[in-house]
Design a binder for this molecule. Structure first.
Ligand SMILES: Cc1ncc(COP(=O)(O)O)c(C=O)c1O
Length: 330
């Protein structure tokens, strides 16, 4: 399914699938530790970057350009990927240049990336994408051969990483002798979601029993303007060579009740989940992504959605933001 695709070895996989406590409704929680993918502090983007950087190297790119919010984990991990592969990295970020970089920005600088601050508001993704286009043209004009990556690495190429992750999960279910009903995870730009759906459709097509997939949306952009998750998943299946396997749009579920006021604005439930993860499993979640995502998983369990079932929460990472301004819940 993936052998014919270019891939750079960047992620430490398989990541552990750890048993957690019993949660609401008697659901048995398993945590897929994609916060431990290794690259530059870990997180979900390592899996996408394996395929994105594979394509960049195949295109003989000399630089990577990408975009994100001020405390973007995707940007931090792209910086680390560039460092590993010897590629120059340019990051286009929302917000203004801080007096002192902290959290993900500090790490991105440590990995040697060049940070370009746009002054844009946190989730004004469109503004960031225009800045990416302009810088891509500028660097191409200067003869640098950049490989330009949209927000979150959420292209069909990037989503391949999570199609492969879904197959990895199924293998772990077999080894552990479990049959979880549902995989829950944090979703923002939609690439992780699209990849999981593509992996699920591929496995189902091969006759395998598969769990359902529930995305917990943490950015309003999931609903406006970002790639259509079903389309992206179908494009991912195309790249896998499965052009006759298609996503059923009814299988695309994004629960947006856990966002709160906006992207990166902390919620009480999210902060409680950050503390719950730390004290129940020694897991580090952040307030923007994995904490809100986990609050959705715990909340759905409380509502009785997974009564007496095994469920998986994919921990997509994000701990460096705990060391950014306002990173730790009071
Ligand atoms: C820690 C973390 N979790 C989840 C996500 C969401 O992944 P996606 O953008 O593929 O929806 C991100 C994206 O930046 C992230 O940094």
């Amino acid at each position: 399914m993936f052998e014919h695709l270019q891939r750079a070895a960047l992620a430490t996989t398989p990541t552990p699938l750890e048993q957690g406590p019993v949660i609401g409704g008697g659901a048995r929680l398993w945590v897929k530790r994609d916060d431990l993918t290794g690259l530059g502090g870990g997180g979900n983007k390592a899996r996408k970057l394996e395929f994105l950087c594979g394509a960049a190297l195949a295109a003989e790119a000399q630089a990577l350009i990408t975009v994100g919010a001020g405390q973007s984990n995707h940007c931090r991990m792209t910086a680390a990927a560039g460092a590993r592969l010897g590629l120059e990295v340019h990051l286009i970020l929302s917000g203004d240049e801080p007096d002192e970089p902290i959290g993900n920005q500090l790490l991105s600088m440590l990995f040697g990336a060049q940070l370009h601050f746009t002054g844009a508001a946190q989730s004004h993704w469109g503004e960031l994408e225009i800045a990416r286009e302009l810088l891509t043209r500028e660097l191409s004009g200067a003869g640098l051969a950049p490989y330009s990556i949209p927000i979150g690495g959420s292209t069909a190429v990037g989503a391949l990483g999570y199609a492969a992750a879904f197959i990895e999960l199924l293998d772990q279910f077999d080894t552990l002798g479990i049959e979880p009903s549902t995989v829950v995870f944090t979703s923002s730009s939609g690439g992780t979601h699209a990849g999981l759906l593509a992996g699920r459709a591929a496995a189902a097509d091969a006759g395998r029993g598969v769990p359902g997939i529930v995305a917990i949306g943490v950015a309003k952009g999931v609903n406006i303007g970002l790639p259509d998750v079903a389309d992206l998943a179908n494009q991912t299946l195309d790249l896998m060579g499965l052009t006759d396997v298609r996503i059923d749009p009814a299988d695309v579920e994004v629960d947006t009740r856990w966002i709160g006021d906006d992207y990166a604005v902390p919620t009480t439930a999210g902060d409680n989940a950050v503390r719950w993860a730390a004290t129940n499993g020694g897991w580090l979640c952040d307030r923007t992504y994995s904490g809100k995502g986990l609050s959705g998983a715990l909340g759905l369990a409380e509502e009785g959605r997974f009564a007496n079932e095994d469920i998986v929460f994919i921990h997509t990472g994000g701990w460096p933001a705990l060391f950014a301004a306002g990173g730790v819940p009071a």
